[in-house]
Design a protein around this ligand. Structure first.
Ligand SMILES: *Cc1c(COP(=O)(O)O)cnc(C)c1O
Length: 355
């Protein structure tokens, strides 16, 4: 029986996507060949790559606005350094809201000076710093839109005259934003788009080519753009599955439609976390709470054994919190149906009744 999968990543995808992907592995589009054995230079796959790139821009509302979409490898973690390699000449500004921001900062420091404009490390990253300014004399400002581990999310982004770079790995395509505010967006596929193995990069072309250092070909966004994201063999299967998920999202009505559903799911769970006397949210300020990853704890660990038993029995998977936070984390990515969240809420209510 299919589980209610609250895993933080790699994560749930729509059932129809799994089915279509399985078919393509057996026989791609009645070609007599598996998707996994066709040339990435074949017309069939070039079309897949082009469709995936086009859908990305279309869903984000960035078509014909000077942006290019790339499907690269190396995960979001490689983007931590590629961003700096391509954009950091002297000094960059970073907002530190968690583990992933901290890792991005560490890599950027290899290339130049990093100004940390604000950090929520003082409270184990359970809030989003608000009153900071982006210095005008930096090459770019970098932030993480959703902090997968801590369950916080940026609800607004600073206005500034420097390029805005954002790691959107865990909330891309989940909510409407004015994406044209951003100059470079990157996201590992495995949180809201597809299987692990590819990273979406959406970059405004005009910000590239401004650093004086030489950039190795594989790490140069301009090289990948010049080769239509086919400089070397791309991650054929992850790109194909990402394309299927993006088609699914488009048919559903795009980001606006999924956002409504995501808001409903998050509201359902957070209401229960706040109402149920046995639980408390990890993130105290409601406006900072993530709609993708809800982090919460039992007020009294005496209930832990019983709660773990109940949710396992209810066929729920992946609810344990990250080791740096503890407690529980319910990841409710795009493909999660509200029924799964309802099951979790019922388990929490059952625990309360039995307590
Ligand atoms: C998961 C995650 C990463 C790391 O992604 P990899 O693809 O494993 O390198 C980076 N940033 C955020 C916000 C994430 O959620």
């Amino acid at each position: 029986m299919k589980k209610h999968n609250f895993s933080a990543g790699p994560c749930i995808l729509p059932p129809s996507v799994f089915e279509d992907a399985a078919l393509a592995v057996k026989d791609y589009d009645n070609s007599g060949l598996s998707l996994l054995e066709i040339s990435h230079r074949s017309k069939a796959f070039v079309q897949v790559m082009e469709r995936a790139r086009e859908l990305s821009l279309e869903l984000l509302g960035l078509k014909d606005k000077g942006y290019k979409a790339l499907f690269l490898q190396g995960g979001a973690s490689l983007e931590f350094l590629m961003v700096a390699y391509n954009l950091l000449e002297k000094k960059a500004a970073y907002l530190n809201t968690g583990t992933w921001s901290s890792k991005a900062i560490k890599e950027a420091k290899l290339f130049g000076e990093v100004v940390e404009v604000a950090s929520s490390k003082d409270a184990n990253f359970n809030y989003i710093p608000k009153n900071y300014t982006v210095p005008p004399n930096v090459d770019y400002f970098h932030c993480t839109s959703n902090n997968t581990i801590f369950g916080t999310q940026l609800k607004s982004f600073p206005d500034s005259n420097v390029p805005l770079v954002c790691d959107m790995s865990s909330d891309i395509f989940s909510r409407s934003l004015d994406f044209s505010k951003f100059d470079l967006i990157y996201a590992g596929a495995q949180k809201n788009m597809g299987p692990a193995g590819t990273t979406l990069v959406v970059v405004k072309e005009e910000i590239l080519g401004k650093v004086s250092r030489e950039i190795p070909s594989m790490l140069d966004y301009k090289v990948h753009i010049g080769k239509d994201s086919m400089f070397n063999t791309p991650a054929v299967f992850p790109v194909y599955v990402s394309m299927l998920t993006l088609e699914w999202l488009k048919e559903l009505g795009g980001i606006k439609a999924i956002e409504k559903l995501n808001n409903k799911k998050a509201e359902l769970l957070y209401n229960e976390i706040d109402r149920n006397p046995l639980f408390e949210g990890f993130v105290p300020h409601k406006e900072d709470r993530s709609n993708m990853n809800a982090t919460f704890n039992l007020k009294d660990d005496a209930h832990k054994e019983n709660f773990d038993l109940l949710w396992n029995k209810a066929n729920i998977n992946g609810l344990n919190g990250h080791r740096s936070v503890g407690g529980y984390r319910a990841s409710m990515y795009n493909a999660m149906p509200i029924e799964s969240v309802q099951v979790l809420v019922e388990v929490m209510q059952e625990l309360e009744k039995n307590a």
